[in-house]
Design a protein around this ligand. Sequence first.
Ligand code: PGA
Length: 256
Amino acid sequence: MTSGTGPTAPLWVGTSWKMTKSLGEARDFARALAGAATPGRWDGVQPFVVPPATAISTVAAVLAGTPVVVGAQNAHWADEGAWTGEISVPQVADAGARLVELGHSERREHFAETDATVNAKVRAVLRHGLRPLVCVGEPASVRAAGGAVPFVTAQVTAALAGVPRSEDVLVAYEPVWAIGDGGRPATPEDVAPVCAALRAELGDQVPLLYGGSVHRGNALELLEVAGVGGLFVGRGAWDVRDLIALLDLAAGSRGR
Ligand code: PGA
């Protein structure tokens, strides 16, 4: 599959389950997704699922042999050691993760994630041959003050300091005000200027995903924003039927 951001590059479309799903629910979801992943169905799309750490190995085992990439929601910058409660990149890789989400706004807000720790984690993920999926996005107050573009550009510059802008790195633009319950779904007009600035900052290799209140109804218009090469979905894909529908929509958009 061709990588990068050109017209034939895959559209990355996937979901983080955040802190939801039992092992049984995770297994059922993965089985349904594996069953739907018939050859050719999602050509042009790179599906991915990011379970909680408890379910990575279960989900990876069910999805082995399918095109679906399994990820982790976080990983520490150190390979091992006295870091109670943390999980290392080698450990999530051992469990079957091939991608690591980093810097989500919920982690920045509640768990003291900073641009510096995100950068250290990006380097660790790349050192072990996995893909970082770096989340950036401005809070509502910053947008209201007209500062979204410089804020988000600074976040991505810091997160990727010293890191080659290659296709191994993924970035998700997720405005904080658009995420989660109570989030306001963004319009293409909201998103376009920031995506244009990020595209200029990232060059032509790093895929740029959009996330925040994405659902079946707005997925296509957000995918059509210039520079956007994928979707990172929370609640709108926690039911496997919704993720399958979103993957079908993305594949269909490639066929048009
Ligand atoms: P949401 O979450 O789709 O539930 O708004 C998106 C995200 O946090 O990535």
